[in-house]
Design a protein around this ligand. Structure first.
Ligand code: SF4
Length: 274
């Protein structure tokens, strides 16, 4: 797929949080668009993607001079109360363009100088380990949540062929945890996996969040239906996994391996008080 990358000057970068993320004061997105192009991405059903005129995954807008905006906006936001930030709500902050553009890193440099009350970083990219030095400066005011939806790379390829491999994500999460950064594995959305999945995750982090298409797509599963995700399950013979109760098959094993550090859906993405 040909990728179009454009540089645009944003009017602002800190956006008041709402909906699923309403417990945060702000969301922060370094880019618009995402070239991981996951089939189930709920942003595909949002106006930013629907009215773009090019397929989701084929374009990225880079927010130019975004760190300068953040520095100014952060000062203003801090005067109004505790700032809690979700990075990012509608893009992956460590998608491939970040290797070159480093907008996410520039945000983290500003946040390390002016620590917010809490920062939640959500990604599925192993590039996240590049910024361990900055995460460590934020100590316990941060959590890095790495999406690992399955332990089967064939399943990952069926739903999100352009996303990073499962072994690469496991290894990144292991490095973050070993460096003392607060982490979690986000099994979000839960995809067909092996019985060994809970144990595999518990070897690389002590906290897990399980979410699915029915609780976590912001519309009770309607957006996921509109995206045709049911067909991918069906074509691969995985129909029994496209079910509200699929997570219950694994819950006892997750509870055993994570000793209570297990969260369901939105509760795993909430800001933490420090
Ligand atoms: S990584 Fe996240 S934002 Fe990017 S396509 Fe996948 S679900 Fe969407």
């Amino acid at each position: 797929m040909k990728i179009t990358i454009e540089h645009k000057i944003p009017t602002r970068v800190l956006t008041p949080a709402s909906g699923y993320l309403t417990e945060y004061s702000h969301t922060l997105n370094p880019y618009v668009g995402c070239t991981f192009a996951c089939s189930y991405c709920y942003v595909r059903r949002m106006p930013v993607a629907l009215f773009r005129g090019s397929p989701w995954g084929s374009w990225v807008d880079v927010k130019q001079n975004a760190a300068d905006h953040l520095r100014t906006e952060l000062k203003r936001a801090n005067q109004k109360g505790p700032v809690t930030i979700f990075l990012s709500s509608s893009t992956d902050p460590y998608q491939p363009v970040e290797y070159r553009e480093k907008i996410t890193r520039s945000f983290l440099e500003v946040l390390a100088e002016n620590p917010p009350a809490f920062l939640f970083v959500q990604t599925r990219s192993p590039l996240v380990v590049r910024d361990i030095d900055l995460f460590c400066q934020l100590k316990n005011r941060i959590r890095i949540s790495l999406t690992i939806e399955t332990d089967r790379d064939d399943v990952r390829r069926a739903f999100a062929p352009l996303s990073p491999s499962i072994p690469a994500r496991l290894s990144a999460l292991k490095r973050l945890t070993a460096a003392g950064v607060p982490t979690q594995a986000a099994v979000s959305p839960l995809l067909p996996c092996t019985p060994a999945f809970p144990k595999t995750l518990s070897a690389v982090t002590s906290r897990v969040c399980i979410d699915d298409f029915f609780r976590g797509d912001g519309s009770g599963g309607k957006r996921t239906e509109q995206l045709g995700i049911r067909q991918i399950f069906h074509q691969n013979g995985w129909d029994e996994w496209y079910d509200k109760e699929a997570y219950t098959r694994l819950i006892a094993d997750f509870q055993r391996d994570f000793k209570g550090q297990i969260y369901l859906s939105q509760t795993g993405f909430l800001p933490e008080s420090v």
